[in-house]
Design a binder for this molecule. Structure first.
Ligand code: DCP
Length: 219
């Protein structure tokens, strides 16, 4: 199998709104031997030297969104640059969705100040130019915001208890514009879209399409 540019493995970032099933998708591929799975560093976000930055962000976004998104960017940089000898690296999210979806939304809503936004954006541009954070393929778990809002309420992750539907809808539109309509920012790699509205217990079939069309063809 041909390695991707710069000696890194073929790197796939799994994207999609909150609750779209990224974790379930990654678990499905754990059984494959030649894939390194890098889950989202949510436990780091919940415990940065004892601080639950995710919780603080939802409690008081104006005060804490900058702190949280700065740390998210660092931890995702760590995921991008984590070494592996496997042929494939399957990552949950990327610095691209952090910047183009979440930071974008927080800036549009006036939650990040222009100054705070600029600092995160300057870091993002520097990382992009100087670090090996390339992605070869995005998998977009495409969902309907009404469906995932219900999932988010049902899973009742403690930090997300008060997430308003409007926030989820706004994030949905940004993901759509970036990964589906391709009208927002440059998408640095091709996108493989999966219908992730189907019940998570029935989604195996959707995943197998990805396995057949992407992984098996490249092995
Ligand atoms: N989050 C954020 N900013 C980011 C990345 C994530 O505010 N740059 C938040 C949104 C969620 C939590 O972190 O509250 C985890 O979000 P994800 O969508 O990345 O992960 P999930 O676990 O919700 O994904 P899934 O349910 O698809 O497995």
């Amino acid at each position: 199998m041909k390695k991707a540019h710069s000696g890194r493995p073929f790197t796939i970032a799994v994207e999609g709104n909150i609750g779209s099933g990224k974790t379930t998708f990654l678990h499905h591929f754990e059984k494959l031997g030649n894939v390194t799975i890098i889950s989202e560093p949510i436990e780091k976000w919940r415990n940065c030297n004892g601080h639950n930055l995710l919780g603080l962000m939802y409690e008081d976004p104006k005060k804490n969104a900058f702190t949280f998104q700065s740390y998210v960017q660092l931890t995702l940089l760590q995921s991008h640059t984590q070494k592996t000898t496997a042929k494939f690296k399957l990552m949950e999210r990327s610095i691209f969705s952090a910047r183009y979806c979440f930071v974008e939304k927080l800036q549009r809503d006036g939650i990040l100040t222009q100054a705070g936004f600029s600092v995160i954006d300057e870091w993002f541009k520097w990382i992009n130019q100087h670090q090996n954070v390339g992605v070869d393929l995005f998998v977009y778990l495409r969902t309907n915001p009404e469906i995932i809002y219900q999932r988010i309420l049902n899973r009742s992750r403690v930090e997300e208890r008060k997430v308003p539907f409007e926030y989820i809808k706004g994030l949905h539109e940004i993901h759509e514009d970036w990964l589906y309509h391709k009208t927002l920012y440059n998408c640095p790699a091709p996108v493989f879209t999966i219908d992730a509205n189907v019940d998570l217990r029935m989604i195996e079939e959707e995943y197998e399409k990805f396995e057949d069309e992407v992984l098996n063809k490249r092995i």
